[in-house]
Design a protein around this ligand. Structure first.
Ligand code: UDP
Length: 340
């Protein structure tokens, strides 16, 4: 298939571009580079061994989005492009709703005009909200999120469901990610957050490379084995193959819309992840236990059974793989990608 990857220069998008090429698909990228560096593209081309068409514009530009569908023969869309910082979304809710909803609606309307009906959406485990029991299962029907970023995911899942409900040609896979970490094993592409990292793994790797003084663990008094929060960390390479599996499954999907958890099914504590990262780096890393971060849950992890049963996909990489690959990327690129 010829697949449009929105946000294809971003962290998960770039790894998915390579997985699509490896699976024999053609890829077209659209990215506005508001949170990605241009250097990603040359590295993708180097790893893919071919040129990748890249359109640099903002999807809220409906005219250019329409022109893209008019000129490229697109068979399917994988939609990653979005603002994604939870804390920032609390401070700037209107900006998050405006951007994440507008880009998606512009894309959906262009698809409708050009008869493109296959859609894979980058959703998040945050849609399970505060009340769903763990492990999270896809049929939980009280979708909610404690922050505007997560609410945009809940809303977009609903929009796509409604769009598919009135056109029998549409097939939509809603992929609910748990905690993506790791990097391509080459060390050439990886996560390069702008400013201070909000997430644990990039923070930890920046401590290891000397860009941050020490890790602060947000809470040591959770009702878990070691008192620190547990999450379902999933290697970005596994996540990437999950997108390919979902894409290739769309045409055989019985329902028009289907949600899939992409996780491992195992929770790992902050302290366990720190210890695993120390093994990858080969030395101890400085940390302190601080107060809990508001809004954090003690334990979240996936029930990944549906993705295995229906997509034939499961995560195979271990926590040690995730740490080794993150460290290879971070140590080879201590400041992330070069500036444009
Ligand atoms: N965490 C932490 N220190 C940090 C960043 C995160 O202790 O500097 C913890 C956080 O409380 C949670 C886990 O690491 O238990 C994963 O947090 P992250 O922000 O990466 O993902 P999310 O909150 O979305 O699950």
């Amino acid at each position: 298939m010829r697949v449009l990857v929105t946000g294809g220069a971003g962290y998960i998008g770039s790894h998915t571009v390579l997985a699509l090429v490896a699976a024999g698909h053609d890829v077209v990228v659209v990215d506005d580079f508001s949170n990605a560096k241009k250097a990603v593209v040359s590295r993708l081309e180097e790893l893919a061994g071919r040129q990748i068409p890249v359109h640099a514009f903002d999807l809220t530009d409906a005219a250019r989005t329409d022109e893209l569908f008019a000129t490229e023969q697109i068979d399917a869309v994988i939609h990653f492009a979005a603002f994604k910082a939870v804390g920032e979304s609390v401070q700037k809710p209107a900006m998050y709703y405006r951007n994440n909803l507008d880009t998606t609606l512009s894309l959906v309307e262009a698809m409708q005009r050009h008869g493109v009906t296959r859609f894979v959406f980058s959703s998040s485990a945050t849609v399970y909200g505060e009340h769903a029991p763990v492990p999270y299962q896809e049929d939980w029907d009280r979708l909610d999120s404690s922050n505007p970023y997560g609410q945009t995911k809940v809303m977009i899942e609903r929009i796509l469901t409604d769009v598919a409900a009135v056109d029998e040609a549409w097939r939509v896979a809603l992929l609910r990610y748990f905690n993506p970490v790791g990097a391509h094993p080459s060390g050439r592409i990886g996560e390069d957050p702008t400013g201070t990292p909000n997430n644990l793994m990039p923070y930890l790797s920046q401590v290891a490379v000397g860009r941050r003084e020490k890790l602060t663990i947000f809470g040591g008094d959770y009702p878990t084995a070691d008192g620190t929060g547990e999450r379902d960390y999933i290697h970005v390479e596994d996540l990437a193959t999950g997108h390919v599996a979902a894409l290739e499954h769309l045409d055989t999907m019985v329902t028009r819309t289907r949600a899939f958890n992409l996780g491992t099914g195992t929770g790992t504590s902050v302290l366990s992840l720190l210890r695993a990262f120390e093994r990858a780096v080969g030395r101890e890393l400085p940390y302190e236990i601080g107060p809990r971060r508001p809004g954090d849950l003690a334990v979240t992890y996936a029930d990944p059974a549906r993705a295995h049963a229906e997509l034939g996909w499961r995560a195979t990489r271990t926590i040690d793989d995730m740490c080794a690959d993150t460290w290879r990327w971070q140590s080879q690129n201590p400041q992330g990608y070069p500036e444009d």
